[in-house]
Design a protein around this ligand. Structure first.
Ligand SMILES: *Cc1c(COP(=O)(O)O)cnc(C)c1O
Length: 375
């Protein structure tokens, strides 16, 4: 094998594998004549709630709106502090700021790259209202410890599950130990529509009802309004997601199988491989390895030159983004050494259920080739 192209995502393969069902789902919605807040959306919401084993799901236009509408529904706003991490997609912190609250960043655990639960309590002040753990790369944060801290300090917990649908802890399900779970269905997520989408999933009727109203101009019923927004999930996307939801467990199993192959083939190299907490179900939204910071860009460039779309999630931690904190209330310079080390060394390799054996082997071969030439 001399050269090939390995994409970071191959969404069209997934479409082709499900073409009959997806085309039918789309034409069913089109023929139904009901495209907004229709029966296809309601059905998907029921299926999603059932998948999570929770009472209610509310379909939204994005994971970002899922987060900040959940915050609003829970009464998180100006004057409140919300504890989260800085090695996440920007939207986690952005949603806290949109809600008017202050994001307080806690450093990460160097093994899992999730929030370091031993550092949460030191960040709690009288203004702290909530903890927002991010299940980074598809592995749940330590919800057992987080829920225990939240209980002791009377804090809310909202899970950012944008990367981890179908994941689980050792003794807990996602959503079991929190007030609300926020999901994203943008195409590149494990469960993605052909466009944007999101949802809040919760056992709390009051939260579900608040989010339901907020997504639709604050309307509890026709022509009655309190202040809200336009953040609905379209029925077309709901129809597509209903089809895909049936496959999510098998796709996640395939991601885990591919991750196990990467692990096996890359062990013994200088790379730091992903750590899976014993007993957890990591669903590998991303397969992230870490190099020495001085080698990171060279490895990515070498792979890119070989035709492999390697990327980096996330090269600039949120508190290091230019302009931070954008006039928002925030600590000017949090000290987050593990978060910054993660940002400096991370490399995301191609990872999706349709990745072929040849593509995975070619990627591994190129990494080994780089190591041989440079280590
Ligand atoms: C994708 C993502 C979001 C935002 O979701 P959108 O649907 O793109 O708005 C939030 N948090 C994390 C961790 C994400 O990966």
């Amino acid at each position: 094998m001399t050269s090939m192209h390995v994409s970071f995502y191959e969404h069209v393969r997934q479409y082709h594998n499900l073409k009959k069902d997806i085309d039918k789902a789309i034409s069913d919605v089109l023929e139904s004549g009901q495209y907004v807040l229709g029966p296809t959306l309601e059905r998907f919401e029921d299926e999603l709630a059932e998948y999570f084993g929770m009472k209610k799901a509310v379909g939204l236009n994005s994971g970002t709106d899922a987060l900040w509408l959940a915050f609003k529904a829970l009464g998180i706003g100006p004057g409140d502090e919300v504890i989260t991490v800085a090695n996440t997609f920007f939207a986690t912190a952005e949603a806290i700021w949109i809600a008017g609250a202050k994001a307080v960043f806690v450093d990460t655990d160097p093994q899992t790259n999730n929030i370091d639960v031993t550092k949460i309590e030191a960040a709690i002040t009288p203004q702290t209202k909530a903890i927002v753990p991010v299940h980074l790369y598809g592995q749940p944060a330590n919800m057992t410890a987080i829920a225990e801290i939240a209980r002791r300090h009377n804090l809310l917990v909202v899970e950012d599950c944008a990367q981890a649908i179908g994941a689980a802890g050792d003794t807990f399900r996602i959503g079991e130990l929190s007030d609300a779970v926020c999901a994203s269905f943008i195409i590149q997520k494990n469960l993605g529509t052909f466009g944007d989408g999101g949802a809040v999933v919760t056992d709390r009727d009051d939260v579900a009802e608040q989010v339901r109203q907020l997504r639709n101009h604050g309307s509890p019923g026709r022509s009655v309004h309190s202040m809200g927004y336009n953040s609905r999930l379209d029925d077309l996307h709901a129809g597509i997601l209903s089809v895909k939801l049936k496959h999510i467990d098998a796709w996640n199993d395939q991601r885990r199988a591919l991750a196990a192959q990467y692990d096996e083939k890359l062990k013994g190299t200088i790379l730091k491989l992903p750590y899976e907490t014993p007993g957890y179900r990591h669903v590998y939204h991303l397969y992230v390895i870490e190099t020495e910071p001085e080698n990171r860009d060279a490895v990515i460039a070498f792979l890119n030159d070989a035709g492999i779309d390697a990327k980096c999630h996330y090269p600039i931690a949120i508190h290091k983004q230019e302009g931070y904190p954008w006039g928002q209330p925030a600590d000017p310079a949090p000290h987050l050494p593990c978060t910054e080390a993660n940002a400096a060394g991370c490399i995301s390799l191609p990872m999706y259920p349709e990745l072929t054996q040849d593509e995975l082997q070619y990627t591994v071969d190129k990494i080994l080739e780089w190591e041989q030439a440079n280590a």
